[in-house]
Design a protein around this ligand. Structure first.
Ligand SMILES: [Zn+2]
Length: 88
């Protein structure tokens, strides 16, 4: 989601989310609108727009390392790996 003075573009929410008074999850500096905001299971993170691709690049690098460490397969937890798969 993009923060700012305009209501959220998510249909029906009508909420205005601001990054003012928050800190960037990546660099730790104060954020202003517009910023990127994600809500997760334990809270929200805010990111400066230039910091967003920096985080994604590092996340992709970590995922590639995880793939290599798991022998070329992504190391999903066994109980999640088969969710949605057709019964065998
Ligand atoms: Zn930042």
């Amino acid at each position: 989601m993009i923060t700012g003075p305009e209501p959220s573009g998510i249909a029906g929410s009508g909420h205005v989310i601001t990054a003012r008074g928050e800190r960037c999850f990546f660099c730790g500096e104060a954020t202003e609108d517009p910023a990127v905001m994600w809500s997760g299971a334990t809270g929200e993170i805010f990111l400066h727009p230039p910091c967003f691709p920096e985080l994604m690049i590092r996340g992709s690098r970590d995922l590639l390392e995880l793939e290599h460490r798991s022998g070329g397969r992504l190391a999903w937890r066994p109980d999640e790996r088969n969710q949605g798969a057709a019964p065998s």
